[in-house]
Design a protein around this ligand. Structure first.
Ligand SMILES: C=C(O[C@@H]1C=C(C(=O)O)C=C[C@H]1O)C(=O)O
Length: 355
């Protein structure tokens, strides 16, 4: 069998769609290589393959299982790649800072006016990448972020996306499901000695409450963990695990519709926060804060099909020798614009480190 990355280079040379991905804390690297360049869509979550869905709208792209070949390889993690060793220049673009801080102020004002309770403000940052090489950058990504879902997705009619996200949207195995409420951000790497402020705790609790409340009539036997700290590169987040069973009269599609977009990436109430985002952010989120992952995939040795979807965070879109990085922050009544800006700068380093 030829080398996994030679297969990737061949697919790239033929300009055909593919996706490469590695799940959190796993060493298996998987590729779905599509046989043609059609654009396929998933419509009802009954399809099999790899989905790539945007933040807004319901056109979920699909690399169908039956139109692609699946490859896998084992990766070895090298000790040479320690995230903490790499320093990245911080953002000092005065205009972007001002624009973003104003957006945060508007968000805080919206909360004060009672329009919504939480909103996620985001921005785009562009970095020149004249010598970009997909395989080199992706290899760094999987080495630097072993605990993330790392992916590289390409379609000639859509473009190239890459990311290392800490957030799972939904894992489902027949009727059993797992999801997480993730929010609150701090720089650091000591998960045992972190003190979360009320602002961050509240921000994360909003996400947990939303998920539990909205899954109530679609699921049963729901178990919820206590909030704990998760490490994502140089950042720490608060996370609550939620699992249970999807009711007989509900399905995967119903559950995804509840979860996407969660208050962790959009806000609460969902529709009002979304309207604020669409009206006030000065760019199109496109696939950032959408979701992606395996849909109804059977593993070789098992008969059950599984879905495993992630939220598209800490990601970038490569176009015309530029990397477009996307970063957002949860805004609540206690947010401080300057601090949210700093948080967005810290989040941007996740992708900058691999460029
Ligand atoms: C929106 C992003 O992250 C989300 C927002 C977080 C926060 O506000 O603290 C934390 C994790 C994510 O749920 C992003 O990374 O772009």
């Amino acid at each position: 069998m030829i080398d996994f990355f030679i297969k990737v280079k061949q697919q790239e040379a033929q300009d055909l769609p593919f996706v490469l991905f590695k799940k959190p804390n796993k060493k298996k690297l998987v590729g779905f290589f599509q046989n043609n360049d059609h654009l396929y869509f998933a419509e009802n979550f009954k399809e099999r393959g790899f989905v790539f869905a945007p933040f807004d709208g319901n056109q979920m792209l699909l690399i169908p299982k039956e139109e692609s070949v699946r490859w896998e390889t084992k990766i070895s993690l090298s000790k040479d790649f320690s995230v903490n060793d790499i320093e990245v220049a911080s953002e000092d673009d005065v205009d972007s800072k001002q624009y973003f801080e104003n957006l945060v102020r508007k968000g805080i004002q919206g909360i004060a006016n009672g329009d919504f309770h939480k909103v996620v403000a985001s921005r785009e940052e562009v970095v020149a990448v004249p010598d970009f090489d997909l395989v080199t950058v992706f290899k760094k990504l999987i080495q630097y972020y072993p605990s993330a879902f790392c992916y590289c997705w390409y379609h000639p009619k859509i473009g190239l996306w890459m990311g290392a996200t800490p957030e799972r949207l939904l894992k489902a195995n027949k009727k059993r499901f797992y999801t997480m409420a993730l929010a609150g951000t701090k720089i650091g790497d000591d998960i045992d000695n972190v003190e979360w402020k009320p602002k961050e705790k509240e921000e994360q609790q909003i996400v947990t409450d939303f998920i539990l409340e909205n899954l109530k009539d679609k699921t049963s036997e729901v178990a919820v963990s206590s909030p704990y700290t998760l490490k994502a590169g140089k950042l720490l987040h608060i996370i609550t695990d939620i699992e249970g069973v999807i009711n007989k009269n509900s399905n995967l599609s119903d559950v995804v519709k509840v979860l996407h977009p969660t208050p962790a990436v959009c806000g609460l109430p969902k529709e009002k926060a979304k309207a604020f985002i669409l009206a006030n952010e000065n760019y199109d989120r496109s696939y950032y804060t959408g979701f992606l992952g395996e849909l109804n995939i059977k593993e070789f040795d098992k008969h059950q099909s599984k879905s495993d979807l992630y939220v598209n965070l800490r990601c970038m879109n490569i176009k015309n020798k530029e990397a477009h990085l996307y970063i957002g922050c949860g805004i609540t009544k206690d947010s401080v614009p300057e601090k949210e800006w700093k948080e967005s700068v810290n989040k941007a380093t996740t992708m900058k480190r691999v460029l």
